[in-house]
Design a binder for this molecule. Structure first.
Ligand code: MN
Ligand code: MN
Length: 469
């Protein structure tokens, strides 16, 4: 028989907040569900590595689930499923709710762009008989992490006649890959004196792409010539076509289970596809939501959300304005009654680097979706800092479905900081809070998440869409 609990134990149980591990909270069936959910997520990771590829993958997936392109001239009924695509790089999924749009909408917003190496407009050159691409990195990368790893090339050429040529090379078995070279330790004495931030400099992130010269002739730049000959054969392009191209180098790794227990996933670009996928699946899993519900999968977050496919542009506002017009109310009235989960990752507590976290306010792997009340840096600057009233409502929504969740900050107060799309949505007078998956090695070429947290984020988004109050 169990020993009777002491008064202190009883009182602790009543008063202390529990921050339980997923496996302490649920049985093995729930872990099996998390694992099964993550098989779909891994397929998404491997099938779509850039915002354009994510867009294509998502549209195909949601059309199979019955979503059709939004038609502003049409009126919609509860349960109708539509989507609005923005320039092939961001997409809004919408399921009409039981209540009128006049009562506000519920939004989950996450991003499908990830840090990477973009080609410069004039990228191709030859140096000492080796061929290279010049790059300009996209987003907050630690440059030293991007050398000496296999890279694949993704993107498009757009020719002057408008023809679009898609590129995806280095993902399939047998396809060539690309790499940024680094110095050998024997000759790196001077380089090793650089700080880690400068260990590799931006202009040193040059992609090795070939070494065989064009054979038949004498002359200069014969390696470059041979490369252009091959590119012309494969893609029908000339050097000028790089001007109207968007080509991105990303890690060529496939998503893999991590650990003997297979409890985690290692992959490129968890930030933020690890929230985009659950946010999408949650909306697909809701039949007829209470409020009209939107999952926004956006571009440009990693470079500050500017640009017309990012959430600092009007496209989300304008889509909601279309819904408001149909409901016969001005858009500002809809926005003022709307709410949003900004579904983005947070830093998971890393025991190897405990010094950057306040352990009391850090997010831990396997403790569920992490709510981040505010992000920002230097005293919450650049953050929307969610209202206590809204957090109270979100807690109730998550607990109503017994979702595994935790609350956390992004590192110690003076340690650094970051931002998400939360503030741009908040600036439309919408209530917003961040919620997402804790990540280890965030923004590295190979990031790590726990499967139970991916699944918990799916359940959190679903609870948010389904909550009746
Ligand atoms: Mn992010
Ligand atoms: Mn990020």
């Amino acid at each position: 028989m169990d020993k009777e609990k002491s008064k202190a134990e009883q009182l602790k149980e009543q008063l202390f907040r529990k921050n339980e591990h997923f496996t302490a909270r649920f049985d093995a069936d729930e872990t099996a569900k998390a694992d099964a959910f993550c098989e779909g997520y891994k397929a998404f990771l491997n099938g779509a590595k850039t915002e354009r590829e994510c867009f294509g993958w998502i549209v195909k997936h949601i059309e199979e689930a019955g979503f059709v392109p939004f038609d502003p001239e049409k009126t919609y009924a509860p349960g109708d499923k539509v989507y609005f695509g923005n320039r092939g790089k961001s997409v809004i999924l919408c399921v009409f709710g039981k209540e009128s749009v006049a009562n506000g909408v519920r939004i989950v917003a996450s991003h499908i762009d990830s840090p990477r190496l973009d080609l410069k407009p004039t990228p191709l050159y030859e140096s000492d008989e080796l061929g290279y691409f010049k790059t300009h990195y996209y987003g907050g990368i630690r440059k030293y992490q991007w050398v000496a790893i296999p890279l694949s090339l993704h993107g498009v050429f757009v020719k002057k006649n408008g023809e679009k040529v898609c590129v995806r090379l280095g993902e399939e078995p047998g396809e060539p890959q690309f790499v940024v070279t680094d110095l050998l330790p024997h000759l790196a004495a001077e380089q090793s004196k650089r700080t880690l931030a400068d260990g590799i400099k931006g202009e040193e992130l040059n992609i090795l792409i070939g070494s065989r010269p064009f054979k038949d002739d004498e002359g200069s730049e014969l390696v470059k010539l041979n490369l252009l000959r091959l590119l012309n054969e494969k893609y029908g392009i000339t050097e000028d076509d790089f001007i109207s191209a968007e080509l991105e180098l990303v890690p060529a790794f496939q998503a893999r289970d991590i650990g003997f227990d297979r409890s985690m996933i290692g992959a490129y670009g968890h930030d933020d596809r690890v929230c985009a996928y659950p946010a999408m699946e949650a909306l697909l899993a809701v039949d007829v939501p209470v409020k009209t519900s939107l999952t926004v999968l956006t571009d440009k977050e990693e470079i500050g959300s500017d640009g017309n496919t990012g959430l600092n542009s009007a496209y989300l506002h304008d889509f909601i304005a279309e819904l408001a017009m149909q409901a016969g109310v001005p858009v500002h009235r809809v926005l003022g009654k709307s709410s949003c989960l900004s579904a983005d990752v947070n830093a998971g507590f890393d025991p190897t680097f405990p010094q950057v976290h306040d352990k009391l306010n850090a997010a831990f792997l396997n403790h569920g979706a992490v709510i981040t009340k505010y992000t920002g840096a230097r005293g919450k600057s650049g953050s929307s800092d969610a209202h206590a009233e809204f957090l109270g409502w979100v807690r109730a929504a998550l607990d109503s479905e017994n979702v595994c969740w935790q609350i956390g900050e992004l590192g110690k107060v003076d340690e650094g900081g970051g931002g998400t799309v939360a503030m741009y949505v908040a600036n439309m007078n919408v209530d917003v809070v961040d919620l997402g998956v804790p990540v280890l090695s965030m923004h590295a070429p190979f990031e790590v998440v726990a499967k139970s947290d991916v699944y918990s984020t799916f359940r959190a988004c679903k609870a948010y869409f389904s909550y009746e109050k």
